[in-house]
Structures are given as structure tokens and as C-alpha cells.
Design a protein around this ligand. Structure first.
Ligand code: PFF
Length: 520
């Protein structure tokens, strides 16, 4: 049985580092600081913290609880708790079929209608296990484009030490980025290097691979960001950047900003993809999930704030303009670091891109591990062949993003298919894939997980999984222990309420907003 053979984390610290590694990624460094600056600074940070606590933490706990209780990958976890819910899944399937008919009748979008009908039919046949399959599939799909961006970051790390990033003008920065991003072959080399590292780590298993790598990479990442924060904050004129990033301005905070905070909380914690179900399934029974999750959330938020403090004071002090996404990372920051006094631009750039490489790699490792766990559990494959098969096949799919990062030149047939399903296609293949996964699929999966845990598995059963009495250590006659039990009871009640009502409602709202169905 897979359950008996399942490998476990060696320590709680290792588990926290691995889960934090998954959460801390590109979103913390290139998205959070910018949307904070644009949406009222400190006011946005306060709202973001609220979102993390209102939906991030409850859904994270739900995923960990599902994984630990079932000791399974996402498909196995959904299957494990499904008995008795056949009627509910058949109702879902019926609603899906009606929805497919409505889409076909009113929008004439037969591509989308067929997809919805197909998924509904699958739910009719396999029940909620389809949701688990969907989680693992999406994780692989996300990895296929995350690997291309991760590859660019590895190339930039190399360039910073070999003198390739020594420019101070944004025109040269633009040139270099265009040369890399529009050249499918260069992107492929970076992507393959990234996939090989992820595959190498997963090859060695949970304890000797993922856990060991995270325990080394994450502390290095924190040390690097702290050095950069100190350098950035001690520059003359740094204050303007701190003001832009953190000064609370409630006038600049709109409803749109609040929903953006909700969406980002979700993306940043790597929720809705079954990764945390997988990581939870490697947890032994005697670990307290609640405290570990709090640590993960804390690390993720702390790193996002430190990233802002490393970036904006330097950008403002050097007279550059803050931008979002790839421009900030690949164009503005190299010029900023090179303009800093002391001619050490190569060192600051090198440190920054190594830090980014570590952040991107630990997230990629978690995505690959989700697939490995699924493949080894539902086929006869052992871990090592499974890692090799997945690394090779995801790299092949990633070629689409490597060659379709800048234009559709090589992918016209795919564009036609996507236009049929999506109506219109605005960005490149990579942009579109990122948009669909982050704005549609992740919140949708998260909604399914929260509803499933809250209503199908049952929040009270889930809650039991969050705390564990440590055999021989906890004692019901001990006053300190009883106080702990009391505090746990309260937090369990709060969690139950959140996972059943508040989280699904807020996730639904975020989903409708980020998918463009409601607008503010
Ligand atoms: N949490 C990552 C970030 O903040 O960049 C993004 C991410 C990584 C999302 C891995 C999903 C994932 F599976």
C-alpha cells in the first residue's frame, strides 16, 4: 500500500522550509512590492495581512489537513474523503452540464462548452477525484511556463557575474531582455537548466531531496535579502522609496485594490494546486499543522515586505521609476544596482538574481513534487523513473512557452484553438497561460478545496487533523496542556466557520473579479 511506504519529512523545520519555499517565489518579489506601492502602501499591507488570515490561512490549513489525513497525493486525497458524497458529485456534474448547454446556447463558444461538458461527464464518472486530477495537471501546466521564467533568471544570474549586466541605461537593459526572451533557443537552455535542477532535487526523495534543498536554500535566500535591504536602505534618498512602498494612504485603496490583495494572497501562498495537499501528506501524525502553517505564512509575508524594502529605496534613490513584473526585474533593477555608489553593481545584481533563482527553484520543486507524488501513487512507477519521465515531458511542453514567450510566430495553430475557446487572445502564449492559470484556475481550485473540506469531508473532521496530542508528552492533568487545548478549541471553531463560509465566499468573489466577470 502506498500509505505504508509513504516517505515523511525528517523534521518540522524541514517541512516549514519546504512549504515556505513553495510559497516564496516570483510573486513575492516582482508583484507584491509593486501592487503595494500602487494601492496605498501600508494601507494595502494591512488589507493583505487581513486577506492572508481570512482566506490564505484557512485554505492552507484545509490543504494540509487533507494531505495529512489521507496520506495521499491530490487525486488520492479527494478520493479518500469522497465515499458518501456520490449524490453531491452527481449534482455538481448536472449543474456543469446545464452550464455547458447555456454557454453553447448563449455565447456560441462551443470550445469552452465542450470543455465544461467533458469535465462534468468526468465528475459524473469519477466523482471528486477529478478535482484532484485537475490540481496535479494544473501544477504541471504552471511548471511548464514557470520553468521558462525561472530559466531567464538563471541566465541573468550567470550574466551578472560574467559582466553581461554592466549597463546603466534602460535601453541596453531592454535590448538584453528582448534578446533573451524572444530567442526560443536561449530560453530553452535556461528552461532546461531550471528543470534539471528541480528534477535533480526531486530525484533524491522527500527527505534527502526536497527537504534538504529547502533547508539550505531558504536560509541563504533570507540572508541575501537582508544584505540587500541594508544596502538599499542606507543609500542617500532611500526614504522616498520607503514612503512609496509603505506610507499608508487609505485614499489610494480601492475595492479593486482589496480584491487584488485577496487574489495575491492566494497566489503567493501557492494555494489551490494540491501542492500543499502533497506536502501535508508527507507530515507524520505527531506534528502540529496549525503552528507550522502560521510560520509558513509569516515567512512568505516577511519575505514579500523585505523584497519591497530591498527594491524601492534603491530604485527611488537612483532616480529610476518603479515598474511592475518583468520590467522591474529584468530592466529597472540591473540598472539600479549598477548605478549604486561603489562599482559593486555586479555583486548586488549577482546577489539579487541568485536570491530570485532560489525563490523560483523552490517553487518549481514543489510543483514537480506534486506531479511525482501523483504519478508514483497511481501507476507502478517508482520515484526515480517518475521524476525522469515528468522532467522530460514537462520540458517538452515548456518548449511552447520558450518559443511562445514573445510572439505567436511558431504557434499559430495553437493560437487558433485558444481563440476559439477564449474568444480573443491578447498577450503571448506565456502571458495567456499565466493569466488563465493564476486568474481562473487557481481560485477555482481553491474554491473547490474549501467547499470540499468544509462541506463534503466535514470541517469538524478536518479540524481534528489540525492538532495532535503528542503521545507521552501531552497530559490531560497538566494545567498548561489544558490551556493549550482551550486555545485550540477556540481556533478550531473559528477555522470551521471560516473554511465553510468566509473563505469560499471571498474566494468566489476573487474568482469573479480576477476572471473579469464582476468589475469595479
Ligand atoms: N507562490 C509563488 C509565488 O508567490 O511566486 C507562485 C506559485 C508557485 C504559485 C508555485 C503556484 C505554485 F504552484
Amino acid at each position: 500500500m502506498a500509505t505504508a511506504k509513504r516517505e515523511h519529512w525528517g523534521s518540522t523545520w524541514g517541512f516549514i522550509m519546504a512549504a515556505a519555499g513553495s510559497a516564496i517565489g516570483l510573486g513575492n518579489v516582482w508583484r507584491f512590492p509593486y501592487i503595494t506601492g500602487m494601492n496605498g502602501g501600508g494601507a494595502f499591507v494591512l488589507v493583505y495581512l487581513g486577506c492572508i488570515l481570512l482566506i490564505g490561512l484557512p485554505v492552507m490549513l484545509a490543504e494540509f489537513a487533507m494531505g495529512r489525513a489521507s496520506q495521499s497525493d491530490p487525486i488520492g486525497a479527494f478520493k479518500h474523503f469522497s465515499p458518501g458524497s456520490e449524490l453531491i458529485s452527481k449534482c455538481f456534474s448536472g449543474v456543469g452540464l446545464v452550464l455547458a448547454a447555456l454557454i453553447a446556447a448563449f455565447s456560441h463558444n462551443f470550445g469552452l462548452a465542450s470543455i465544461v461538458a467533458l469535465v462534468s461527464a468526468a465528475v459524473w464518472k469519477w466523482g471528486f477525484a477529478v478535482a484532484g486530477f485537475f490540481c496535479s495537471l494544473v501544477a504541471m501546466l504552471i511548471l511548464s511556463y514557470y520553468a521558462v521564467i525561472g530559466g531567464w533568471i538563471l541566465i541573468y544570474s550567470w550574466e551578472s557575474f560574467s559582466g553581461g549586466l554592466s549597463f546603466t541605461g534602460t535601453a541596453e537593459a531592454e535590448n538584453l531582455f528582448v534578446n533573451i526572451a524572444t530567442n526560443g533557443w536561449i530560453s530553452t537552455i535556461g528552461m532546461l537548466a531550471y528543470m534539471l535542477i528541480c528534477g535533480f532535487v526531486c530525484f533524491f526523495g522527500v527527505k534527502k531531496g526536497v527537504e534538504l534543498a529547502s533547508k539550505i536554500m531558504m536560509p541563504v535566500l533570507f540572508v541575501l535579502i537582508l544584505v540587500l535591504v541594508v544596502r538599499s536602505l542606507t543609500l542617500p534618498g532611500a526614504n522616498a522609496g520607503v514612503q512609496f512602498f509603505l506610507a499608508p494612504d487609505f485614499n489610494n485603496l480601492s475595492v479593486k485594490g482589496v480584491l487584488e490583495a485577496l487574489g495575491h494572497a492566494f497566489y503567493s501562498l501557492s494555494l489551490g494546486m494540491g501542492i500543499l495537499i502533497t506536502y501535508g501528506s508527507y507530515l507524520p501524525r505527531d506534528r502540529n499543522i496549525f503552528t507550522s502553517s502560521l510560520f509558513v505564512v509569516l515567512c512568505d509575508t516577511l519575505l514579500a515586505i523585505l523584497a519591497g524594502l530591498a527594491i524601492f529605496p534603491a530604485v527611488f534613490a537612483m532616480g529610476m521609476s518603479p515598474e511592475q513584473g518583468p520590467s522591474l526585474l529584468f530592466k529597472v533593477l540591473p540598472c539600479t544596482f549598477n548605478s549604486m555608489p561603489g562599482s559593486l553593481g555586479w555583486l548586488w545584481n549577482g546577489m539579487f538574481f541568485i536570491l530570485m533563482s532560489l525563490a523560483a527553484l523552490t517553487s518549481g520543486i514543489s510543483l514537480l513534487e506534486c506531479g511525482v507524488s501523483t504519478l508514483t501513487q497511481h501507476t507502478k512507477l517508482q520515484r526515480r523513473p517518475a521524476v525522469i519521465i515528468l522532467t522530460v515531458s514537462i520540458s517538452l511542453v515548456a518548449l511552447l512557452s520558450a518559443f511562445g514567450a514573445a510572439s505567436w510566430k511558431y504557434l499559430m495553430p495553437l493560437k487558433n484553438v485558444m481563440e476559439r475557446v477564449l474568444g480573443s487572445v491578447k498577450g503571448s502564449f506565456l502571458d495567456e497561460l499565466d493569466y488563465i492559470c493564476s486568474n481562473w484556475i487557481l481560485p477555482l481550485d481553491g474554491l473547490i478545496i474549501a467547499l470540499f473540506v468544509g462541506w463534503v469531508w466535514g470541517a469538524s473532521k478536518g479540524a481534528k487533523e489540525l492538532y495532535t496530542v503528542r503521545q507521552g508528552k501531552d497530559n490531560y492533568n497538566d494545567a498548561k496542556f489544558l490551556r493549550k487545548v482551550f486555545a485550540q478549541n477556540i481556533s478550531v471553531t473559528v477555522w470551521t466557520y471560516f473554511v465553510r463560509f468566509i473563505a469560499p465566499l471571498l474566494v468566489l468573489l476573487t474568482f469573479l473579479f480576477s476572471a473579469g466577470i464582476i468589475k469595479f
